[in-house]
Design a protein around this ligand. Structure first.
Ligand code: ATP
Ligand code: MG
Length: 415
């Protein structure tokens, strides 16, 4: 291992690490080689390097370069610039997207209009724009966690470490680079990322990185609900939803994402709502591990089922509505409230509505309605919720209903 202490960089030569080009996507290599051939420096960075060093298969490959977004687009015809807050180039190869970022630099104190277009912090410390370009050394300290700031180069196939990421990787530590409070205030989503990586990589969060999370958690309210939705999918639907859920609860983050659920948490964590959430997350993790598709509409409709029921019951008491009326109104109220924290897209909320409405139709077991229900596009998801409810509530009639529909859909009566 070469340790050039004057630059505070550790270079790990090819002979001393396990990253092989065979495990890097051909498209990512193509991009790296083209940058080099055209006189730019370019590195594999982020989850790609981290996961390869851990012997895991990376989810995607991120590249960083000294080429500006304009230069990247000149070099690759299949390039699209995305993001305003953090401008990136997407290089598109069919279904694979290689994300290329220009090295980020320090933020200046100047306040010219041009600077403001590139870098801007709100009064509360949130970075509204992070588009000042810099050197690789500056880029390294602007990344979030040390384990995400390792650079692999095809120049000599070495790995460069400017922030002690290798040691943290070996010791299983998630450590924010720089002052944690400032870094969380710049971008509160880093709190969710700390939980996600800790859960996914089974690593512990370093004490100073961990400490501010509980009291800074409300800063998530400053994040656009559309971005939180994207993060939520990564948190709950990538194979570690169950452990992530418990960590989010522990660090007061869950209540920022699902206030309607957290306000109904019970002392012993054993309400029907809490048990169904745990069950659906365990099932989701299992499906992910078995490469089965995951239906976000089903996941969210299950998590919020008892919230809808509670709300409907309150509405009946207050307004003397029929159950159907109250139920429909509860669905609207809950979705409106929930989408304030997390912008669940319309196609998913439509599915959630269907899954919820179908629950009321399961009790009708006669006539043509039965076959009509079975043919409903969301029947299968709705039936899965019925089965989960039956398992959680352990009420004879619900269990009997679930068995009946199970038998019926597999019987010859279905036309
Ligand atoms: P994975 O792709 O496996 O979820 P990742 O670490 O690659 O994990 P990405 O979201 O793909 O995560 O981001 C790529 C890299 O960009 C990160 O590893 C990190 O270095 C940097 N990065 C991403 N988000 C932030 C952020 N909010 N603040 C600072 N750096 C970030
Ligand atoms: Mg990545």
């Amino acid at each position: 291992m070469t340790n050039e202490t004057d630059e505070n960089i550790t270079i790990i030569p090819r002979s001393e690490h396990t990253i092989s080009r065979r495990n890097i996507s051909a498209n990512a290599l193509k991009v790296l080689y083209r940058f080099n051939k055209n006189g730019f420096s370019a590195y594999l960075v982020g989850g790609g390097v981290r996961d390869l060093l851990l012997g895991k298969k990376p989810k995607d490959f991120d590249i960083t370069t000294n080429a500006t977004p304009k230069q990247i687009c000149q070099l690759f015809r299949n390039c699209r610039l995305v993001g305003r807050r953090f401008r990136l180039a997407h290089i598109i190869f069919g279904s694979e997207i290689i994300e290329v970022a220009t090295f980020r630099g320090h933020h200046t104190q100047k306040n010219t209009r041009e600077d403001k277009n590139l870098s801007e912090k709100a009064r509360n410390g949130i970075l509204l724009r992070d588009n000042i370009f810099g050197s690789i050394e500056e880029d390294a300290i602007r990344r979030d966690f040390t384990v995400n700031s390792l650079y692999y180069t095809i120049d000599d196939f070495s790995v460069r470490d400017y922030v002690g990421g290798l040691q943290d990787l070996k010791q299983g530590v998630i450590r924010l680079i720089g002052n944690p409070e400032i870094r969380y205030r710049e971008d509160p989503v880093r709190m969710l990322r700390a939980i996600r990586f800790s859960s996914k990589l089974n690593m512990r969060i370093e004490l100073n990185t961990e400490k501010p999370i509980q009291y800074l958690a409300p800063l998530l309210q400053e994040i656009p609900s559309t971005r939180l939705f994207e993060e939520l999918l990564k948190l709950l639907q990538t194979g570690h939803g169950y452990s992530t859920y418990h960590m989010l609860k522990k660090y007061n983050l869950f209540e920022q994402l699902f206030p309607l659920i957290s306000s109904r948490f019970s002392k012993n964590n054993d309400s029907e709502m809490e048990r169904i959430i745990e069950q659906v997350l365990k099932n989701t993790d299992c499906r992910f591990k078995n490469y089965q598709c995951i239906n976000s509409g089903f996941l969210f409709s299950t998590m919020l089922w008892y919230v809808v029921i509670d709300c409907a019951e309150t509405l009946i008491k207050k307004n003397r509505l029929s159950y159907c009326e109250a139920f429909a109104l509860a669905i609207n109220n809950i979705l409106n409230d929930q989408c304030r924290s997390i912008a669940i897209p319309k196609r998913i909320t439509t599915m959630m509505r269907d899954i919820w409405q179908l629950q009321l139709r399961f009790s009708r077991r006669h006539g043509r309605k039965v076959n009509k229900l079975i043919k409903h596009p969301k029947f299968s998801a709705a039936f899965n919720l019925l089965k989960l409810r039956a398992g959680i509530e352990q009420k004879n009639d619900l269990e009997e209903l679930s068995i009946w529909w199970d038998d019926y859909q597999h019987s010859t009566h279905v036309k």
